[in-house]
Design a binder for this molecule. Structure first.
Ligand code: CP
Ligand code: NVA
Length: 322
């Protein structure tokens, strides 16, 4: 059966290993290690990336990451292909599977990436839908694991909308047994089915999932605060939405309630002056650009894991990842 990545919990108990692999591979590659620099698990393989929405990080990190793994990246922008005009998602999946060895897809409706996966004979990776952003969560948890040696007593907090980025962040935290506290305004709660999946994982892994409408309560003594746009792509017609987020800006006063060694995270692009101030974004404890870089390393691990698992295993053994 072909394995797909539609939400971060699709990788199940392998998440921690996938992220450790990414951390060790990044280190080895940057140290000039020959084995890492000559690791080409996608040699002769082609990976297509479909975008219905704009992207900076996802597009560049996939193109460069696929290239570094020896593969050929094709970027397929919505205006250049038949999808959404004269061709269905299912037919597109059937056609692309005949040419490609993997597909990434950034779409509006999550049902579309699910349909693509159902009809694809090659692995499909969700590159952001209205419900999930698993590649972001992989990079985020990789960044957290790089910075904090011990994640057992960490408190991660989210302040903002109950959106796609929160969904996979909370799932990933629960998969790794890390406490997540999120503050959302009334009416902007995350999807109930995703919350239930998160709670089940948290219970299994001994961590907490705490919801509040009060940003101060969410960030109290937290080690990390995470924020994202109040208005996501595809919601541009919800003009007044941002007005409901009064008090949800991450600023100097809010981080004053956190652990002294607080870190600020954001998936980017950030809307400076809205969900976060310049003071926080540009602070030395802001780790937003590490997250952005780690998109590539985390995706390189995921691509290899899904498309050439034998090569991923061999590299894991070489890097002594248990
Ligand atoms: N964080 C993220 O997915 O960024 P892009 O929209 O630039 O890809
Ligand atoms: N929640 C945002 C994330 C952008 C990377 C959106 O979906 O637009």
């Amino acid at each position: 059966m072909v394995e797909h990545l539609l939400a971060i919990d699709d990788v199940g108990e392998d998440l921690e290993k996938i992220l450790r692999w990414a951390i060790e591979f990044k280190r080895a590659w940057k140290n000039g290690d020959d084995v890492a620099q000559n690791f080409f698990p996608l040699d002769t393989l082609s990976i297509g990336s479909i975008y219905e929405k704009p992207s900076t990080r996802t597009r560049v990190s996939f193109e460069v990451g696929i290239n570094r793994l020896g593969g050929y990246p094709l970027t397929l922008l919505k205006n250049d292909i038949q999808l959404g005009k004269s061709e269905s998602v299912a037919d597109t999946a059937n056609v692309l599977s005949r040419f490609l060895d993997g597909i990434t897809y950034r779409c509006f409706a999550h049902a579309d990436v699910s349909e693509l996966a159902e009809n694809s004979d090659v692995p499909v990776i969700n590159a952001l839908s209205d419900k999930h952003h698993p590649c972001q969560a992989a990079a985020d948890l990789m960044t957290i694991m790089e910075i904090f040696d011990d994640t057992e007593d960490l408190k991660i907090s989210w302040v903002g909308d109950g959106n796609n980025v929160l969904h996979d962040l909370m799932l990933a935290c629960a998969m790794l047994g890390i406490d997540i506290h999120y503050a959302v305004p009334k009416g902007y709660e995350p999807d109930e089915e995703v919350v239930q999946r998160t709670k089940d994982l948290a219970q299994k892994n001994g961590s907490k999932v705490v919801v509040t409408n009060d940003p101060i309560e969410a960030v109290k003594d937290a080690h990390v605060v995470y924020s994202d746009a109040f208005v996501s792509m595809g919601e541009e017609n919800m003009k007044d939405k941002a007005n409901d987020f009064d008090g949800f800006q991450v600023n100097e006063e809010l981080v004053g309630h956190m652990d002294d060694d607080w870190k600020f995270m954001h998936c980017l692009p950030a809307h400076r002056g809205d969900e976060v101030t310049d003071w926080v974004m540009d602070h030395e404890q802001s780790i937003v650009f590490d997250q952005a870089e780690n998109r590539m390393w985390a995706q390189m691990s995921l691509l290899s894991f899904l498309i050439n698992p034998a090569a991923w295993d061999a590299m894991a053994e070489f890097m002594q990842i248990e």
